[in-house]
Design a binder for this molecule. Sequence first.
Ligand SMILES: Cc1cc2nc3c(=O)[nH]c(=O)nc-3n(C[C@H](O)[C@H](O)[C@H](O)COP(=O)(O)OP(=O)(O)OC[C@H]3O[C@@H](n4cnc5c(N)ncnc54)[C@H](O)[C@@H]3O)c2cc1C
Length: 465
Amino acid sequence: MDSCKVVIVGAGIAGISAASRLCEAGCGNVVILEASDRIGGRIHTVQFGDDEMPIEMGANWIHGSSHANSVFSIADQIGAITPYRLDNTASHRFLREDGTEIDRQSVLTGYNIFKKAEHEMYSQMKALKPENGKPVYIPITRYLQLFDQERQQLKPDQNVADITLVLTAFENYIRNHEGDELERIAWEGSSSWNVEEGGEIHIPGGYVQILQHLMKGIPRSALKLNSEVTKISYAKGGRKTLVTIKNGAQYEADHVIVTCSIGYLKKHMGTLFDPPLPIEKSRTIRSIGMGRMNKIFLEFESPVTKPSYNGIILAWKDSKVDKATWYKRILGFDQVFTKDNTILGWVAGDGAEYMEDLSDDEIGITCVKILKQFMGRADLPRLKAIRVSRWCSNPYTLGSYSHQTERLTPGEQEDLARPVRCPLSKKPLLMFAGEALVNACTQGARDTALSAASAIIEHYTTSKL
Ligand SMILES: Cc1cc2nc3c(=O)[nH]c(=O)nc-3n(C[C@H](O)[C@H](O)[C@H](O)COP(=O)(O)OP(=O)(O)OC[C@H]3O[C@@H](n4cnc5c(N)ncnc54)[C@H](O)[C@@H]3O)c2cc1C
């Protein structure tokens, strides 16, 4: 049995951030147990296409190009974000199923209705009485009611049919942004993406560079890949915690930081923890939503979009979807700015999950058909390569990113973040960190991990680690 001070479960940005902070503070006695054969978790940069350019199967942007965002700070420090690229200047063409383009005026009217609805949602949120001083949630389907109300106010000279199409596309946009079907999501009055000042930016050389940089401060021997943790036996009395991995090896630790996704915790918490988690923690894990979102990268013989716009939005006539029509959850295709001949499709909710049962070839054929139809281009260049994410069936993620639900009582996620402590010494025994606690973004996942590491460091402020 290996004895170590801190065991960290998971080598995503949360696990690696916690380990690097502990090592910085002089606690090199850390072991990171990672179930898969790579670091990164939902940060997954891969090489794609003839030129093997880096593309992102998971996290895409840094949400906020300012030093308020600790992930941005690292990217800036290591020179990973030059040339600078702000992503929120995007201009997309909205295309109809018959291969024609919706005029900009109708797009603008639809966009303004969407923004007005968002504003109205904020006002409605403000009017709700916060419970115990904490925020309350409203269903995200409220958007649709507001869209309807606004549509009824349109004047006869406005293009109601096209504006309706644009609003259906915005419905898909909300699904993509929040990462699931609207009925499953609650709205808390702010974007779960916590966009800091400065907009969204890409890391052209790959998101994984952030992790590679952090790993430099962690002893090589600390990282154990292919080590799925199957049991965490934490002693409430404050004795050592025993962490068992799939091959039977065990690690003894004073502290354990768990950074598994909420999807993984939902499925495995019943067998993973001994004794079972305190009731309030297991209830919170059940209440947090796990979203479904996937990406489809398509490389063509030559570019399919023009440099003057950033991609296309598919204005589907209706928003109903089943297994056979999974593709109606494709919001659109973005131009991948580092590769002229490559576009990225975004698919959310039920469609994202249904798609995972199909082969890459089947998905590619469908996408080409859709592109020909919406772009009105029978002469689309030949599809050369496809790469598809499958986050819902990834056994160590079981979904894309978490979201609010109406079942999630305000403040519950903060309870999940609170360490399980030894009643006598107050030593933090078992801690949760990562995206599960904050919903969605890398910087949130990292910040919760730094807090967990700090709780351990603070515990030892009077004694040497
Ligand atoms: C399609 C998609 C797009 C996204 N886009 C963005 C974006 O643009 N910007 C952004 O900021 N965020 C984005 N995100 C979210 C972002 O990727 C996550 O918030 C972040 O990477 C989560 O980090 P984490 O360390 O908390 O969890 P993870 O990255 O999931 O890491 C957890 C690790 O734990 C491992 N693990 C699980 N169970 C066990 C076990 N039993 N034993 C050992 N190891 C285990 C997993 O293999 C994994 O490596 C996106 C996510 C997806 C899926």
